[in-house]
Design a protein around this ligand. Sequence first.
Ligand code: BG6
Ligand code: MG
Length: 219
Amino acid sequence: MNKKGFIFDLDGVIVDTAKYHFLAWQKLAKSIDVDFTEAENEQLKGVSRVKSLEKILEWGNKSISEDEFMKLMALKNNDYLSYINEMDENEILPDVSRVLNFLIDANQGISLGSASKNARTILKKVNLYNSFEAIVDGNDVIKGKPNPEVFLKAAKALNISPVDCIVFEDSVAGIQAANAANMISIGVGEKDVLNQADYVFKDFTELENSFLNKLIKNK
Ligand code: BG6
Ligand code: MG
């Protein structure tokens, strides 16, 4: 039997939470008099909460105390969670459920591999918590993407060798992490942005079951 490990990023792959991260970071940036654009938000995809705030402060030329830093992180997360609280399964991105169900029916290993510390909360809100055999998130890793730690831990949790794993990612840092882990990297988004990926699909509606079957059988 061919059993592969399919590892899914969360934000931007399973649900479109980037818009909520943007709103929360924008509000926070405004409160400290820093301009924060959607283009800058793009650069925060896949980047941890701590690193994201560091970057925003760097772009705004601000330096703050450790205490203030922790306070701002908590403020941002509370604001972000107020959006997450309103989420339900309607926010699952198109065809994600079809792909997950296909892989579950094919007895494949399925794990989450996310930088978010809110991953479990979000999966429960959209009713996908039980679709994953393993969940590795921002609470489980020391080194963020592009470091491969999160995906290597996911492979280990599935008990599947990294070369038999396939990663779905929407961020450049995540694709780099998958490549560094020696896994097949599948970009979900724009080809010119995710040009380091082994394959790129605009979204899951473009990814057919026959392609999934090939991934299961061919490697
Ligand atoms: C990633 C997002 O999945 O998780 C980033 O792409 C985010 O934008 C990171 O900063 C950490 O998320 P959280 O929920 O722990 O603040
Ligand atoms: Mg993502």
